[in-house]
Write a protein that binds this ligand. Structure first.
Ligand SMILES: [Mn+2]
Length: 510
């Protein structure tokens, strides 16, 4: 009988030699004791193999446990068309070292991530990268839940690539990869209780079939505000661990610079936590995070830049991204609009989407796809402008020029041009035509008003308007807000007339 030392399991698989005893040092992923045999699933870092020991009535090598390493001597055999090993001996059993399960986040690529800002962001992202790598290592399923807008999709695609790559390495049985990775888009600009419910049901029904662990949920471009808390608590109640990467304002911070969400989830990366705000989109953070998860693959700076421009980032970082991406800011602006339209077309479709061709630099269809959509968008744009010129009502309240749009009568069924879109298009036209004017645009529907004010407006504050309305009309179920200069207010339809009158009063006295 000959002996052969090997380092990798793959060396056995295609080895034509027979009657050999292989000697392999590897980690034990799993131990299963059946009536007459013990099965060790061992792992060389790339592949796994089952090694079995005949041991009637009792477990073989009970001192060798999951997570331990050992040196195995075994003969190759075939069982149900799969290569396995018949154990001759096991020596050098070692306990897992402290933290040996934890993979460390990878070092940073110096070219684009070198600045003071990145230095502040890195520690948060490194912790999340480590969490993700540990999840892959320990076969913990990963669910990405991302905001369903341009930045959110860009972020998810950037993170998905290294996760799938590492998963495929660890989990060569590709048929089952969906047991370990899911991606869901969230329609609302926060992690909604409905998103949470959908996620819980999908992993619970999955784990009852597969015996999987409870998942790690990565919330991207959502997750950091008060509105997210209920949904996060719900998935945690059912066993999920949650990490958040977001760039929205997380609200008041405590004396340790922690937000409400920080104190709830395992890790929360957010520029606001380190004194930054408009400089970074989630997609830009995602590029760095993807690089930390796997520095070996080519990460798409194009995708990261697109999300940053779409979310109107300002500062040196986005300038550097645009420069390195090789396209202009205008190009990304135009593409961002087409991406919004494509997301509208995508609805609930999954799998290989035309949308992805718009988001990544290596698609050979992107330019043609852009042309197709641009033709459609240009036609609709001119229709909308003609419509607004005809139907929108201009007036004056106090110091402000006001445009009121009747959203109920000026939208089609299932229209891309929602009342929010109409508001921003109309407001943009007024700003371009009368740059000096103090302009407020209001689009009404039966139970909602969308508002938009000039970017640097100091007098008007949407959140104050909401408090004012709540006080004046307590029976109207007023809710809403958003940014100071853009947002929406909800109310019950019966109160619409009164709400409009109070808004007029509020603005007239500013
Ligand atoms: Mn965003």
């Amino acid at each position: 009988m000959k002996f052969k030392n090997i380092e990798k399991i793959n060396q056995i698989l295609n080895d034509p030699q027979i009657d050999i005893i292989y000697i392999l040092t590897a980690k034990v992923n799993e131990v299963v004791n059946l009536q007459n045999i013990t099965i060790f699933t061992v792992d060389d870092g790339e592949t796994t193999i089952q090694l079995v020991k005949y041991s009637p009535g009792q477990p073989a090598y009970p001192e060798l446990k999951k997570g331990y390493s050992a040196t195995f001597s075994f003969k190759k055999s075939i069982h149900q068309n799969r290569v396995q090993g018949q154990i001759a001996d096991i020596t050098e059993i070692t306990e897992p070292k402290e933290d040996s399960n934890k993979s460390k986040a990878n070092p940073i690529d110096p070219s684009i991530f070198l600045s003071n800002d990145w230095e502040k962001l890195n520690p948060m992202l490194e912790k999340i990268a480590t969490k993700i790598k540990n999840a892959i290592e320990t076969k913990t399923p990963i669910i990405i839940s991302h905001h369903g807008d341009c930045d959110g999709y860009c972020s998810a695609l950037l993170i998905e690539k290294p996760i799938l790559k590492l998963l495929k390495e660890r989990q060569p049985d590709l048929k089952f990869i969906n047991n370990y990775y899911t991606r869901n888009a969230s329609k609302t600009p926060y992690y909604d209780i409905g998103d949470a419910t959908k996620d819980i049901s999908s992993w619970k029904s999955n784990s009852s079939r597969t015996d999987n662990k409870d998942p790690l949920i990565i919330i991207l471009d959502n997750g950091s505000t008060e509105e997210d808390i209920l949904a996060i608590k719900k998935v945690q109640l059912f066993g999920a661990e949650v990490v958040v990467v977001d760039h929205h304002d997380p609200g008041t911070l405590d004396e340790c610079n922690k937000s409400g969400v920080c104190n709830l989830v395992s890790e929360h990366a957010n520029p606001y936590l380190v004194g930054l705000n408009k400089e970074f989109s989630t997609s830009m953070l995602a590029l760095k995070l993807a690089h930390l998860i796997s520095p070996k693959i080519a990460h798409d700076i194009f995708t990261a830049t697109l999300g940053g421009v779409a979310d109107k980032c300002k500062g040196d970082a986005i300038k550097e991204f645009i420069k390195q991406s090789g396209k202009s800011k205008d190009y990304f602006r135009k593409l961002g609009k087409l991406v919004s339209l494509e997301i509208f077309f995508t609805k609930y479709a999954y799998g290989e989407l035309p949308l992805f061709h718009l988001l990544s630099s290596d698609s050979n269809k992107r330019d043609e796809l852009m042309q197709l959509s641009q033709t459609q968008l240009d036609l609709w744009d001119s229709e909308i402008k003609t419509m607004l010129a005809h139907y929108a009502i201009d007036t004056e309240w106090g110091k402000f020029a006001i445009t009121v749009i009747d959203g109920e009568k000026l939208t089609l069924w299932n229209d891309y041009f929602s009342i929010g879109k109409l508001t921003s298009i109309s407001h943009g036209i007024k700003e371009d035509t009368f740059p000096e004017r103090k302009q407020i645009t209001l689009t009404t529907s039966d139970s909602m008003i969308v508002y938009r004010v000039n970017q640097n407006e100091k007098l008007f504050d949407g959140n104050k308007l909401v408090s004012f309305l709540k006080e004046k009309i307590p029976h109207a179920r007023i809710s809403g807000g958003g940014h100071d200069v853009a947002g929406s207010i909800k109310f019950v339809p019966a109160s619409k007339q009164q709400v409009l009158e109070q808004i007029k009063d509020f603005i007239s006295f500013l």
